[in-house]
Write a protein that binds this ligand. Sequence first.
Ligand SMILES: Cc1cc2nc3c(=O)[nH]c(=O)nc-3n(C[C@H](O)[C@H](O)[C@H](O)COP(=O)(O)OP(=O)(O)OC[C@H]3O[C@@H](n4cnc5c(N)ncnc54)[C@H](O)[C@@H]3O)c2cc1C
Length: 419
Amino acid sequence: MTIEFETPKPIVQQQYVLKTVADNMMRPHARYFDENEHEIPWDYINFMHQAMKASGAGSLAPKEKKDADPNKPKRPPIGYQMLAHMLEIISWGDAGMYLVTPGGGLGAAAVQSAGNPEQKKKFLARFAGDKPTFAAMCMTEAGSGSDTSSIRATAVLDEETNEWVLNGEKIFVTAGEKALTVREETGKGFIVVWATIDPEAGRAGMRSFVVEAGTPGATVTKLENKLGIRASDTAVIVLQDCRVPFENILGKPTVEKTTKGFKGAMATFDATRPLVAAIGMGVARAALEFLKEKLAEEGIEIRYGVPRNRLTSIERDVIDMEVMARSAWLMVLKAVWMADNQKHNALEASMSKVKAGDVGVKITQKAVEILGPLGYSREYLLEKWFRDAKITDIYEGTGQINRLVVARNLLGYRGSELR
Ligand SMILES: Cc1cc2nc3c(=O)[nH]c(=O)nc-3n(C[C@H](O)[C@H](O)[C@H](O)COP(=O)(O)OP(=O)(O)OC[C@H]3O[C@@H](n4cnc5c(N)ncnc54)[C@H](O)[C@@H]3O)c2cc1C
């Protein structure tokens, strides 16, 4: 099987549409939602919901399988490649606003990967409903971020009522407020909460539970004020004797010796890490393009093909930045191509995220440096992209944790052997 580097036609068509969205719905409002952190960009949300519904892209509901036409040539799968390109371009528009695009996010991804057919039908179908709907994933706790095995939230089965009783506090939940709040403007969202059903069992006791918006005992207690991606809400959620029906558990309700369920959750990251990397690459490209545009206004064009010793220092810097961006993007493309072709891509997924995290910060920082006051001023979005870029290196596994994953995969160590 060979990788095709030419962007497939259906993706090019989507890129064209999304560039228009980025230009008209995102860029003009990016500064406003950066400066008004907890305001909700309803125009963008409603537009995207309708657009995704019309194109079928918003529906995560299990689709009825149609009989394939045996005479039609089989197209290679491009789902993850498509997503990577879409996320890159839309984050070029604004990474913070991208994170409030309605749909399931990581919460729906958890249901998709660990839910049974009834759960998928019940919870995922709502994203194709009349109103924009949100879901979120609650894993991180104070003292349990990178080391997910130390989660302390608990889920205890009340056998009389056949309900799970959840207790604990989750922090840094992206879209947590939108997913958990009952609103006229939105459909019924949900959060997926990670908790232990047996604190003695370590990872084998970890399960995830769907908590629907409006469930008593699940409360948003704080919204973070952040450095970047400020259009996106990041919530603290407290679960206090929060009761959910027995059937809201994702995976088996009994503890077994294996950590298969937990590994399954970690495997979702193999699919999503390259996509997070793609978001970072969109921010980096925005900064790089802006830099070249401003240099061109000053009459500085980059002379490609001229020997390096004859280039100016700025030309060398820009070319180095472009090389960094392209090499990171190639890693993203390889990781999503592997995901599309069902190849084990834990190594490539983490590599792409490490690289994109580093490159995004370096490119935006260097662009600010080269443009000086222009880069530092709030008159332009460059200083914002500098702040937005850092998140790629933090969520869905920090740079250090993804380096550990890379090292384990290269050296053949298990998690317990190299930590
Ligand atoms: C804006 C934002 C949105 C987020 N959204 C979500 C979300 O939707 N859902 C969710 O569950 N979480 C979310 N998170 C949490 C995020 O995933 C965690 O912050 C991240 O995993 C790091 O965990 P921590 O904050 O506890 O840091 P720690 O794990 O305490 O790490 C602190 C530092 O130590 C380093 N470190 C830790 N262990 C090792 C090691 N073994 N070797 C080397 N270095 C190490 C880390 O890399 C980091 O630099 C979000 C965070 C932010 C900032």
